[in-house]
Write a protein that binds this ligand. Structure first.
Ligand code: DAH
Length: 359
């Protein structure tokens, strides 16, 4: 046997007998690594005469290929054996109970906003939005609340320090979205605008940040009758009761004329107020026919276009429907409160997923 043949037989036998991937790797380094024995043979080709190289070249390359191939095969066989071993040894019991993953829950404010969007979508309303950092004009002036108007004092406004021409503030209500929509879209308009609003106020029923939803309809020949029907239909759907009684009281808002405040009737059941009937009244929203000056401020002709608007507190609606007492708890982020009052994201098919309670 030639020297090359002896080396090949020796290497292949050792590869074949290697018991682990690490052992195979050690042989590879020994034979084919930088200082390896086969590598040295390949390097020696450079010092040979062309005649010697013609004989030795193919032989050395064949050796290298045989060793490389054997190493690859042995590694694959060892890996397969390791996997087979694992498959034989490990078992998976599909009948074992899974670890409980604590599911998150939908905050009542989000739930109520979804319910409102769903109800108004059925009535043909689109959802509009506007910035929470507003300017004085959209939040007040365009809504017929000029600089000197006493109604400005009713909103405890968070103003930004003066910079530039526009007085910037955190919007005190969602009504500026009325203005933005009328400036942007051509009538007929039917939108609701849910969102965050801010006022410097804090007690059991007031938080500096809270949620409102605005409604606006602009079309030809819109009357107070349309407003009443819309609100009645909305409140029946929202409270999921047919015995909803509304009371419209005349009121004042600078941006509506006439203005009405809307109360919803309740009945006392076991010492608790339940919406429905008319034993007592709870104020639920402000509304009215959009003031001519507001329509004009948005570049529309009030002789052609009329409409109604309404605005209400989303948090308050949530409290009335789902029975929370303290508004501040809405924003404390207390997990016990959220688990109690939160909603399962996917649940029985009623209004926006229904009154499912998260685990
Ligand atoms: N923007 C009023 C507020 O925050 C609520 C309101 C009243 C909105 C009457 C309206 C409306 O659109 O017509 O107190």
């Amino acid at each position: 046997m030639s020297e090359l043949q002896t080396l090949q037989v020796d290497l292949l036998a050792r590869v074949e007998g290697a018991a682990s991937i690490e052992a195979v790797e050690a042989i590879r380094v020994e034979a084919l690594g930088k200082q390896g024995r086969v590598t040295a043979l390949l390097k020696s080709l450079g010092g040979m005469t062309p005649e010697e190289r013609l004989v030795e070249g193919p032989a050395i390359h064949a050796l290298r290929e045989a060793v490389t191939g054997a190493i690859g095969d042995r590694k694959a066989a060892l890996e397969r054996a390791a996997l087979d071993g694992k498959l034989a040894a490990e078992t998976l019991d599909m009948t074992l109970p899974v670890d409980r993953i604590a599911p998150g829950s939908v905050h009542p404010v989000s739930q109520v906003m979804d319910e409102l969007a769903e109800i108004f979508a059925d009535l043909g309303f689109a959802v509009a939005s506007g910035p929470e950092i507003e300017d004085d004009w959209h939040n007040f002036s365009a809504l017929n609340i000029p600089e000197t108007h006493p109604a400005r004092a009713m909103h405890d406004t968070f103003y930004f320090p003066e910079a530039g021409e526009k007085r910037m503030l955190l919007r005190t209500h969602t009504s500026p979205v009325q203005i933005r929509t009328m400036l942007k879209d051509k009538p007929p308009i039917r939108i609701i605008a849910p969102g965050r609003v801010y006022r410097s106020d804090s007690d059991a029923t007031h938080t500096p940040m809270f949620h409102q939803i605005e409604g606006l309809v602009i079309d030809r020949g819109i009357t107070l009758g349309h407003l009443k029907w819309t609100l009645e239909t909305f409140l029946k759907a929202f409270f999921e009761r047919d015995d909803i009684v509304l009371r419209l009281r005349s009121s004042y808002f600078p941006f509506t004329e006439p203005s009405v405040e809307v109360d919803v009737g309740y009945t006392m059941v076991n010492g608790k107020r339940v919406i429905g009937g008319s034993e007592g009244w709870l104020e639920v929203l402000g509304s009215g026919m959009v003031h001519r000056k507001v329509i004009e401020a948005c570049g529309l002709d009030p002789n052609e276009w009329q409409g109604f608007a309404f605005g209400t507190g989303v948090d308050r609606l949530a409290m009335l429907k789902y029975g929370m007492e303290d508004l501040r708890a809405f924003f404390d982020g207390d997990l016990r409160w959220l688990r109690h009052y939160g909603f399962a994201a996917l649940d029985v098919p009623t209004l926006s997923g229904g009154v499912g309670v998260a685990a």
